[in-house]
Design a protein around this ligand. Sequence first.
Ligand code: SF4
Ligand code: SF4
Length: 79
Amino acid sequence: MSEPDDQATIVSYKFHHIDTSKCTQCKDFACEEACFRGIYKVINRDSTPKCIVVEDHEDRCVKCHICTTACKFRAILID
Ligand code: SF4
Ligand code: SF4
C-alpha cells in the first residue's frame, strides 16, 4: 500500500522544506554529511529519524543543491 501524499508531513523553514515522513525510512542521513554549511541535523536516529534545519543556520545556505542530490528519498526542497 502506498503512503498518501500528506502535506502535513512537510516541515517548512524560510526556504527549506523537508518531507519528514521520508526521513523515517532513512538509514544513511546523507543530508547532514553532504551540507558543508552545517544546515541539517538528523534527530531521533535510533527511533524515528527526522531531519531538521539547525536554528539560525538556514541563512548560511548557498543553494548549491548538494543536499537535495544526496538525499536519495528526495525529502528536501529548496525554494
Ligand atoms: S533529509 Fe533525506 S538524507 Fe536527510 S534524514 Fe531525511 S531522508 Fe535522510
Ligand atoms: S543547498 Fe548546499 S548549502 Fe544549502 S543546505 Fe543544501 S548542501 Fe547546504
